[in-house]
Design a protein around this ligand. Structure first.
Ligand code: DX5
Ligand code: ZN
Length: 224
C-alpha cells in the first residue's frame, strides 16, 4: 500500500485516540507516535450510527499538523458518503466506512479511492464477514469489529476469532490481500490471539492510553 506501506511481516499498531485525554489531544497523539505507534486510529461517531459523539474533520486536520504517521479514520456515522471529501481534505490517509451505515457501500468505497485515500470497510460483530465478498477488490483494509462500536474499554468478543478465520478463507479464494484490522478489547493477550488468526493491524485504545509505559504496551501488541 503506497504511502502507508509497512513491511507486511510486521504487525501495525494503531492506537485509538478515543481513550486519550481530549483536553490535550495533540500532545497525546505525539506521545503515542513517540512511543512507537505506526498509525493513529481516529474514531468518528455521530450519535446516530453509534450512541456516542466524538469529533469531526477539523480535529482530524489539527492532528494532521501534529503527527506524520498515517491517519486511520474510522467513520461510525450514518451515510458516510456525505462527509468523505471533508475527511480526505482534512488529511485522512485511510477512510473506513461501515458496511451497515450506507445503502450504497460499493459506490462509497469507490468514492474514497477516487478522492485519493485508501478505502476500508468495517463490519460490526453481528454482520457476517461473507457480505464483503463482492467488495474485496475495492478495499485496502477490512476492519473486523471485536466489540460493538461506540465506546472504548469494552471486552473483546471471543467469536471474533472464528470470524477472522472465515475472513482469511474468503481472502484466500478471492486473491485480494487487504489489511485485516481488528478493533475493540485489544490488549497483550487478545493481540496474540488475533495475530494468529491473520490480523495485521491492531487498534488499541484503553490498553495503550491507560498504560504507565505506552512504549512497552505498544511493543507488547507486537508480541515483544
Ligand atoms: C470503538 C472504537 C474503538 C475503541 C477501542 O467503537 O472503534 O476504536 O477506541 O477501544 P478499546 O481498545 O479500549 O476497546
Ligand atoms: Zn475504531
Amino acid at each position: 500500500m503506497s504511502g502507508i506501506g509497512i513491511d507486511r511481516d510486521d504487525v501495525i499498531v494503531a492506537p485509538s485516540l478515543l481513550s486519550a485525554d481530549f483536553s490535550c489531544l495533540g500532545d497525546e497523539a505525539a506521545d503515542v507516535v513517540e512511543a512507537g505507534a505506526d498509525w493513529l486510529h481516529l474514531d468518528i461517531m455521530d450519535g446516530h450510527f453509534v450512541p456516542n459523539i466524538t469529533f469531526g474533520p477539523r480535529v482530524v486536520a489539527a492532528l494532521r499538523q501534529r503527527v506524520k504517521v498515517p491517519l486511520d479514520v474510522h467513520l461510525m456515522i450514518e451515510e458516510p458518503e456525505r462527509f468523505l471529501g471533508e475527511f480526505v481534505e482534512a488529511g485522512a490517509d485511510i477512510v473506513t466506512v461501515h458496511f451497515e451505515a450506507t445503502v450504497h457501500i460499493h459506490r462509497t468505497l469507490q468514492r474514497i479511492r477516487d478522492l485519493g485515500a485508501k478505502a476500508g470497510v468495517a463490519v460490526n460483530p453481528g454482520t457476517p464477514v461473507e457480505v464483503l465478498r463482492d467488495l474485496l477488490d475495492l478495499v485496502d483494509l477490512v476492519l473486523v469489529m471485536s466489540v460493538n462500536p461506540g465506546f472504548g474499554g469494552q471486552a473483546f468478543i471471543t467469536g471474533t476469532l472464528a470470524r477472522l478465520k472465515r475472513l482469511a478463507e474468503l481472502l484466500a479464494t478471492s486473491g485480494s490481500a487487504p489489511y485485516v484490522e481488528v478493533d475493540g478489547g485489544i490488549n497483550r493477550d487478545t493481540a496474540d490471539r488475533v495475530r494468529r488468526y491473520g490480523a495485521d493491524v491492531l487498534v488499541a485504545g484503553s490498553y495503550v492510553f491507560s498504560s504507565p509505559d505506552r512504549a512497552e504496551a505498544i511493543a507488547s501488541l507486537r508480541g515483544r
